[in-house]
Design a protein around this ligand. Sequence first.
Ligand code: ATP
Ligand code: MG
Length: 566
Amino acid sequence: MSPSDTPITTEDDEGSRDFIRDIVHEDLNSGRKSSVVTRFPPEPNGYLHIGHAKSIVLNFGIAEEFGGRCHLRFDDTNPAKEEQEYIDAIQEDVRWLGFNWGDHLYYTSDYFEQLYVWAQHLITEGLAYVDDLTADEIREHRGTLTESGTNSPYRDRAPEESLDLFQRMRAGEFENGAKVLRAKIDMSSGNINLRDPVIYRILHAEHPRTGKDWCIYPNYDFAHGQSDAIEEITHSICTLEFEDHRPLYDWLIKNLPVPSEPHQYEFARLNLTYTVLSKRRLMQLVNEGHVEGWDDPRMPTISGYRRRGYPAAAIRDFAGRIGVSKSNATLEVQALEACVRDHLNTHAERRMAVLNPLKVVIENYPEDQSEELDALNNPNDETAGKRKVPFSRELYIERDDFMEDPPKKFFRLAPGREVRLRYAYFVTCTEAIKDDNGEIVELRCTYDPETKGGNAPDGRKVKATLHWVSTAHAVGARIHQYEHLFTEEIPGGGAGDFLEDINSNSLSILTGCKLEPALQNAKHGETVQFERLGYFCLDKTATSDELVFNQTIGLRDNWAKVKAKG
Ligand code: ATP
Ligand code: MG
């Protein structure tokens, strides 16, 4: 089994893997359902992160596998925090991940009128009432996990009176917080969500889509299940924190004249080490300037990963492999990185780039000569073809690839030693030239013209192959290298201040890097391997005057080493 076939699972996944798919399968088989309709319901109050990707891949994936459909529904019931920018970004991200909702784009705000009608239905049935208690008083009446709550003095208000008040709430007669609408269920229920939950609140705020039409808004619990019912969602899949809300979800579906009866199923949220997956915290990172924006390549957002050069297919692969379970756990971020590396190793084209250049002069190569050598675009994929790489008398190699006085295990270039220049020739170092400070500024080498293409006809071997770039043909670039955004696996240890664990070395900028000329034509959204260095992609800030590349990921997992060095 190759690493990419291995499912990444949390401990007690055994036997419960894909329990949601089992349910869907069973529902179809038994005829309980005749089709499958799922939905991904983001609240447009931030950008999507990798946790959302898990939910997207699950919901769209199930719809695809069972011949159903998946809706994209914006859960826009909180006008105070929601913005068009987020609505646009979310659509772009879902599309980029490779999913298509077709004509099924919906907004909870489209259902405000219907929800309002249903709220009145509950009132008329004696199942909801307008409460004048303040938010604090409501909290005090709610009771605790061990003590039951107490009824509000307004609980037995006549339905006619509640109806009138509710209509006046909508008409804008009352201030924010002056009244709420509550479902009348059971103040002594063991489930606090059933202790007469608030289902409508007054909020004089402009909504991005409905403008000033409304000054009362349904809360999540009242809007969500009913929206599912309107859209005839069969399997309403959400994260575990909503498990305790399911009885309320079911109560509302049972007591309202809804057109369908969806069921809610819960799975564990994805958490990853060395990052935070909560829109509130990500928002804080953006607003306080700890990162450049939501799409900063260090962010665990879909847009951040895209800018970083993570392929959508690798994210899909990861989200599929982590499985669906009922227990919350934190997965190692290295599992995601391994998917990215696997994917790029197979698909990324190779290029040569020198990040920290040291000049090399090939003394026996003619001054005015240059030649074009054949280089493979991807040794793992013949169809990727070849490209030409210019070679000439003056080259750059990586400073780290030379040592004047090498220790035993250093096999790269050193005085008197022969190495291979990738796709070119064998070269031997004859001299290291230093400046007044004793720093090496240039190497003198000779080449063996018989070794063109990188092999010696006499069969002699060399121990190292170096990448290089011809100085006359090189293009300059700035390169951004990244480490994890946080120094701790669980930033803030869970309860502490996550900002205290920000990694101050998470970004380093290298200037004066030298790239082979083919990289002048690098395209946005295409990640390439810089041979021997890692994977890189063109950043959105690159201009024709200055190329800027982001390091997507190294060739191997170096983090363990960095950590050990401390
Ligand atoms: P956050 O906690 O980051 O603010 P949220 O749950 O409030 O996230 P929503 O926009 O409401 O964000 O989420 C849309 C959907 O994505 C929901 O169904 C939610 O359950 C799911 N989701 C959010 N975070 C994760 C996660 N970490 N893992 C899996 N699914 C998630
Ligand atoms: Mg939410």
